[in-house]
Design a protein around this ligand. Structure first.
Ligand SMILES: [Ca+2]
Ligand SMILES: [Ca+2]
Ligand SMILES: [Ca+2]
Length: 458
């Protein structure tokens, strides 16, 4: 159900045109032809609402889904979209750097008009999100302001009332997301704060917590709070998906040292209590060590079953993890029934952005270890998988090659290669020797089915 329609424009075209976002005159905005006229009307409406001669720079959200200085959404459910415009006044006199301003444009009786203009916080927008409560109910815009000089960013939740933005809630955050965590059709807001507490020797200790709020009867109410891992230095990725079966969850991939990561899972427990499924001092749950790993930061739904998988890496047989060009096996785990359980193994090629799930017959069922290793041939840009015998030099039977080439550039390929997948001008090709006889052999169809290139892996 498409409850909220938001259209973005400007940024990609600006990049093509070599413009620097945030440093343009309002009149210099470049836009796709389809909406050029509409956009021009919006810019004119904005300018005519500002003092004469005032120069502005548009401000582009730094993160999140909406990266335009103009974000369109139907805030009051009248089937017309309003525009939320972010800008700064340029060259304003006075010692204070100019703050973000937010203008609301509304299309009343056929033409765009500014209906409100409010000040934001700080110099930049971190992210913009939308929330709603009830199908015919309230629509919110959630604006996160980047506060680089402060310990945390700040967000406000606004609703539109009589053409104006009314702030309903605000707080500081290091992570800010929306999710329908209780499956009731309304979006809740989850944010993490890094509050401190006093330790026994009177030194403040970091005591970060995730907070869950929802809109009810005209205001935001607190639904829950749960501890988060104080060792996380920064959050590098947030994945939304299922945990267990049909439970909506936020997966927080955090960096805990120079190169190691862990994953926390925020969801409702059996009793509907907001909980961090892998870490809670109060209930003594600590599965963090089971999600800690090096190199592969992101949790993703690798097999597209709806449930997110958490990666862990081990060197492929014969490789030492300290080797500069070591190749790794990435094992994927799911959180099910209070446990972090092994699902399947894969080879993740971060450089070329693909995942090849290992055929089940490549893994020793008793030990869970891979019976297959791999080497990389840079000349052919090719990964060669083979039965592991004793070391990488004395290789066993070759099982599969995967190579990346330019599409249609098949002069180097003999007929033994088959196409696994082509995306635009890049083709992934496979080759299976006809001489493979062992129980580790794979078919072309297996390889094609186990290959995925459209999953963000780094
Ligand atoms: Ca509207
Ligand atoms: Ca909900
Ligand atoms: Ca999955």
């Amino acid at each position: 159900m498409n409850r909220m329609v938001s259209v973005l424009f400007l940024v990609p075209l600006l990049m093509l045109a070599g413009c620097l976002p945030g440093q343009m005159d309002a009149g210099a905005v470049i836009m796709p032809p389809m909406i050029a006229i509409e956009q021009k009307e919006m810019v004119n409406a904005l300018r005519s609402s500002l003092p004469a001669g005032q120069n502005i720079d548009f401000v582009y959200p730094l993160n999140g889904e909406h990266r335009s200085a103009f974000v369109l959404s139907d805030l009051n459910k009248d089937r017309n979209r309003e525009a939320i415009v972010f800008y700064r006044v340029r060259g304003a006199p006075g010692p204070e750097p100019t703050q973000i301003r937010i203008n609301i444009l509304s299309k009343e009786s056929g033409s765009w008009e500014s209906t409100d203009d409010i000040s934001g916080e700080g110099m930049d927008i971190d992210k913009v999100m939308f929330g709603y409560s009830g199908f015919y109910g309230e629509q919110f815009v959630i604006i996160g302001f980047a506060m680089p000089d402060e310990a945390e960013n700040l967000f406000r939740v606004y609703t539109r009332e009589d053409g104006r933005l009314k702030s309903l809630y605000e707080n500081t955050y290091i992570v800010l997301e929306t999710i329908d965590i209780n499956n009731d059709g309304d979006l809740e807001i989850v944010y993490i704060r890094n509050t401190t507490r006093q330790s026994s020797i009177d030194l403040p200790m970091s005591n970060p917590a995730a907070h869950l709020i929802k809109y009810e009867n005209g205001r935001f109410i607190r639904l829950g709070e749960t501890q988060t891992d104080p060792n996380v230095i920064e959050y590098v990725n947030i994945a939304k998906g299922n945990a267990d079966i049909n439970k909506n969850a936020l997966y927080l991939d955090g960096r805990v040292s120079a190169s190691s990561y862990n994953t926390q899972i925020l969801m409702l427990d059996e009793d509907g209590i907001f909980t961090n499924a892998v870490y809670s001092e109060n209930s003594g749950v600590n599965l963090l060590s089971q999600t800690e790993r090096i190199r592969v930061p992101r949790s993703v739904d690798v097999d597209r079953c709806g449930v997110i998988e958490i990666p862990r890496v081990v060197p492929l047989p014969g490789w030492d993890e300290n080797d500069e060009d070591a190749l790794f096996l990435t094992d994927w785990y799911e959180y099910i029934d209070g446990n972090v359980s092994y699902c399947f193994a894969s080879f993740v090629n971060i450089r070329y952005g693909y995942i090849f799930r290992f055929p089940p017959n490549w893994i020793n069922r008793q030990t869970g270890e891979s019976m297959v290793s791999a080497v990389y041939f840079p000349y052919d840009d090719e990964i060669v998988f083979f039965r592991f015998e004793e070391n990488l030099h004395n290789r066993g039977e070759e099982l599969l090659r995967i190579r990346r080439t330019a599409t249609n550039n098949d002069e180097y390929l003999d007929d033994d290669y088959f196409e696994i997948k082509t995306i635009g001008s890049i083709s992934y090709m496979g080759m299976i020797q006809d001489t493979v006889t062992s129980e580790l052999s794979v078919t072309r169809n297996m390889v094609i089915n186990l290959f995925a290139e459209d999953i963000a892996v780094s």
